[in-house]
Design a protein around this ligand. Structure first.
Ligand SMILES: [Zn+2]
Length: 555
């Protein structure tokens, strides 16, 4: 799966493509790396064992499960993570963290901090859902909770709960042992829009941060270092303006903005043949006019321009502007554009990945039940992919390369954590809260995300993250080495220049209407922890099905 191969660069669920990505697998995995020597300090081993047994305890397992299920039930999409923010913020405040809301000019963004002094360890993960993602968890065919509604068809409901469990366990040991250091937890708001992290960087959220421990849901337990090999992007909406007229009575007096949109799209689709193989472009028409008998005065089209390096992304942007200019000339309209999101291709830190990998080997994969396996295989059958079930060992070697040659990069998804990786030493953990079945951004990817599969994946992930944080707290030489790699290896390749310009602002209005439309119906299914221990129990009460429900096929 690409989560293994490209964990750094590929949000946007990567789980789907793995068995079929063999060419990339060969290309990206040639250079392994041995794990670093483990600490011989008995105090380090003792405190790590303490933290590990805390995270593994039934109480902490249940806390992770409850947060995971609650965020799943909210199903909120980018910039609308209101209930998620309230719920997690309250929980963190109750546990001694100070929480700042509305960071970087984004109302649903927040940063929680506890402790003082160095090192500053920042735990991050995405938090938003996707459109059309509504799905009853534990049902192995398409069965939305609310037809047409958004949901966690990417699995972003699991990562911040994972981080909170890890940070609470680390905090307890720090308090007891009086260890210096600061723990920071932050959510990747609107990741599916690549909408927030460049603004976090610009607002100085990571100014005093030593390391970022990032995670993303996947189908296995892994990390990697170096060039992520994936795509970055700019997301731009082009808006054209013309003049209305009676479409039948006096069409010659109108100037159609919709014509401009269609000509821009046509131009782009011809030009596509002559772009590098590593580019990926997609668009939706966000405004196609009002009604046919009124010549459209305004029309808009929203593009994602993806490429594998900064210069190529800027070049795509330039070509996009020329297409807009040409379309405006042909239609006697005017055009303007707005940046809605951006992401740098990622680069993960070698020292942090080596440290994390040693802990991955220690923790290992969860033990899956027959029910877990039945759900995975039934979903794989429905999705017409190999019935490989769930991840089992052994854990593979650590992968990474400082630089992957251009000719080995084929493009793919993006994650705006890329911007953070060029500002702070960062590593990403992929944890097995899902299985390989759905195509990503799809209801099928939501199926396991509030079941024991996700709960177990979150708990093993939290153990790895907590153990890695303990290493960084207790072994300052690791933080120094991570900084050394960042400054003397990674930044020797190139320096960060944001895609966003000084006047650009986060597009926080996005998804407002969609969420307002579906929230009243979705609210009926918010997880009620006063009545149910798990969300599956609530599903049984509300819909009358049990885990796992398999057997029906999707047309
Ligand atoms: Zn993602």
């Amino acid at each position: 799966m690409r989560t293994i191969l490209l964990v750094a660069a590929t949000c946007l669920l990567v789980i789907a493509l793995a068995p079929f990505g063999s060419r990339r697998a060969v290309a990206a995995d040639q250079q392994g790396s041995p794990a670093p020597a483990a600490s011989v300090d008995p105090r380090v081993a003792k405190l790590k064992a303490l933290v590990d047994s805390d995270v593994s305890s039934p109480a902490m397992f249940d806390l992770g499960q409850q947060m995971n299920d609650m965020v799943f039930s909210f199903g909120e999409i980018g910039f609308q993570e209101v209930e998620t923010q309230k719920y997690l913020g309250r929980l963190l405040r109750e546990n001694g963290f100070t929480v700042q809301d509305g960071v970087a000019g984004i109302p649903t963004a927040w940063v929680a901090r506890w402790g003082s002094g160095q090192p500053v360890i920042a735990f991050g993960s995405d938090i938003d859902g996707i459109p059309q993602g509504s799905q009853k968890p534990g049902v192995a065919y398409h069965d939305p909770m609310v037809e047409g509604a958004p949901g966690h068809g990417e699995g972003h409901n699991s990562g911040t709960p994972l981080n909170i469990v890890a940070a609470l366990a680390v905090k307890r040991v720090m308090e007891r042992e009086k260890l210096p250091g600061t723990l920071m937890i932050w959510p990747g708001v609107a990741e599916e829009l690549l909408g927030a992290k460049a603004y976090y960087v610009r607002a100085g959220v990571f100014k005093d941060v030593d390391v970022v421990l990032y995670n993303h849901v996947g189908a296995n337990l892994s990390t990697r270092w170096g060039d992520g090999g994936g795509s970055g992007l700019v997301s731009l909406e082009y808006t054209f303006e013309g003049e209305t007229a009676h479409s039948a009575g006096a069409p010659w007096r109108g100037r159609s903005a919709l014509d401009a949109v269609e000509l821009m799209d046509t131009g782009w689709n011809f030009r596509r043949e002559h772009l590098r193989l590593s580019q990926r472009t997609h668009y939706v028409i966000t405004n196609g006019g009002d009604q046919p008998n009124v010549v459209p005065r305004n029309a808009s089209v929203w593009y994602y321009f993806r490429e594998t390096d900064y210069d190529s992304i800027k070049n795509m942007w330039d070509i996009g502007d020329k297409m807009a200019q040409g379309a405006a000339l042909m239609t006697n309209t005017t055009w303007k554009s707005r940046i809605l999101g951006s992401a740098w291709p990622s680069h993960m830190n070698r020292t942090l990945a080596e440290t994390m990998h040693a802990n991955i080997q220690q923790v290992g994969l969860p033990k899956w039940s027959d029910d877990d396996l039945a759900l995975a295989k039934a979903t794989q059958r429905v999705m017409n992919v190999p019935e490989i079930g769930l991840a089992t060992g052994p854990i593979g070697p650590l992968r990474g390369r400082e630089r992957i040659p251009d000719e080995e990069k084929f493009g793919g998804p993006s994650d705006d954590v890329g911007d953070i990786t060029w500002n702070v030493p960062t590593v990403t953990l992929s944890y097995p809260a899902n299985f390989q079945a759905g195509p990503g951004h799809n209801w099928a990817n939501a199926i396991p995300m509030a079941t024991p599969i996700a709960h177990k994946g979150v708990n093993v992930g939290a153990r790895v993250v907590a153990l890695t944080a303990m290493d960084l707290l207790l072994r300052p030489e690791l933080v120094r080495q991570a900084r050394d790699y960042f400054e003397n290896v990674q930044l020797k390749q190139r320096k960060y220049v944001p895609f966003i310009r000084p006047d650009d602002q986060p597009a926080t209005y996005l998804n407002t209407e969609t969420m307002a439309r579906y929230r009243p119906e979705m609210r009926k299914y918010y997880f009620d922890t006063t009545k149910y221990k798990t969300y599956l129990e609530q599903m049984k009460a509300q819909f009358g099905y049990s885990y796992p429900t398999v057997g029906k096929s999707t047309p």
